[in-house]
Design a protein around this ligand. Structure first.
Ligand SMILES: NC(=O)c1ccc[n+]([C@@H]2O[C@H](COP(=O)([O-])OP(=O)(O)OC[C@H]3O[C@@H](n4cnc5c(N)ncnc54)[C@H](O)[C@@H]3O)[C@@H](O)[C@H]2O)c1
Length: 305
């Protein structure tokens, strides 16, 4: 098993990126806004590599590791330099175990990303999370960045600011499945010492798509900064972080996660004026406009899938 922090120090020292006693700044980037180029991990597993966020992270994460192992149940495309591909259905324990072999950290993006019939959510998000943590325990993998969701707390109101200490109030079976993943990862930390950052991702898209996303937006570059911070902070523990850019209007307070060192550099503010011009005023008697989960409050119930 790789001692990640020892690795950071060694590489940082060799590259004269920092001096002893000073933490390397992994969030400072090159001119494109992308983060550090220190290859901290030997082999990083990216699940959900064929999905929207998997594709966004794929090119960026090659800077963080010597080998990036891409996994999904569908083909993420041919492996490039420094990449390898291992298809695995998260519901298949032996396939997940094989994908975990030789991996020193995981960025877990795979799963069903929206509300829908419970069957696929159960397989991918609940059984899949269990298979992933069991595989990590068996392989000695010690750090996981888990794509949780803001829908774990979607029933809080938009007039409230919540921290990671607020109890979950899921707005959907999807949100319930992510709350399960958060609890599961806490158990594997307490019992087995596997560190996890649960990223309660807001809305990670190239740009905000509606008024709600002015509060919840997470740019792809900030997503990468957040993932990198979670992968490299010396002591992660079990941490819940709201995944958002530096948006002026927000419902989430990340002060419980200062030790992660996440410093967003993007903001939804430049999109506000055009968004207001092309979208109607929200109906403030509508639960969808009042609660943080937005449209997820209206989805379902679905027939058993
Ligand atoms: N995009 C967002 O704004 C957002 C917000 C909150 C949370 N998230 C979470 O981030 C993660 C990535 O989201 P995304 O937007 O890229 O979604 P996506 O649907 O584009 O990607 C998810 C990937 O997971 C794979 N997958 C689904 N079921 C699987 C299974 N059983 N086995 C293996 N692979 C499986 C899919 O094939 C897909 O490639 C998800 O876990 C999602 O819940 C995303």
């Amino acid at each position: 098993m790789t001692d990640v922090w020892a690795n950071i120090w060694t590489v940082a020292k060799l590259g004269e990126k920092s001096s002893i006693g000073k933490r390397p700044d992994h969030t400072d980037g090159d001119k494109t806004g992308n983060a550090m180029t220190i290859k901290v991990h030997e082999r990083l597993l990216l699940t959900g590599a064929a999905g929207g966020l998997g594709k966004a992270l794929r090119g960026r994460l090659s800077a963080n590791c010597k080998t990036l192992r891409l996994s999904d149940r569908v083909d993420p495309g041919a492996a490039g330099i420094g990449e390898e591909v291992m298809l695995a259905d998260l519901a298949d324990a032996s396939a997940v175990l094989a994908a975990m072999e030789g991996v020193d950290a995981v960025v877990h993006m795979g799963g069903i990303p929206v509300e829908g019939p419970f069957g696929p959510i159960l397989q991918a998000n609940i059984l899949g999370a269990y298979n992933l943590y069991e595989a990590a325990r068996q392989c000695g993998t010690k750090r996981i960045v888990f794509a949780s969701s803001n829908h774990v707390t979607g029933y809080y109101r938009q007039s409230e600011t919540i921290t990671a200490d607020h109890p979950p109030r899921p707005d959907s079976m999807y949100g319930v499945s992510k709350a399960f993943g958060e609890d599961l990862s806490r158990f594997y930390f307490d019992r087995h010492g596997i560190e996890t950052a649960c990223l309660r991702i807001g809305s990670a898209f190239p740009e905000p798509r509606d008024r709600r996303m002015l509060a919840t937006w997470l740019s792809y570059d900030d997503l990468y900064r957040l993932v990198t911070a979670c992968l490299t902070t010396p002591v992660l523990g079990h941490t819940i972080v709201f995944g958002m850019s530096d948006n002026p209007v927000t419902w989430w307070d990340n002060t419980r996660a200062r030790h992660v060192g996440y410093a967003p550099k993007d903001s939804s503010e430049p999109f506000r004026e055009a968004m207001y011009a092309r979208t109607p005023e929200p109906d403030l008697t509508d639960p969808v406009a009042i609660h943080q989960g937005g449209g997820f409050l209206r989805m379902g119930p679905f027939d058993q899938g």
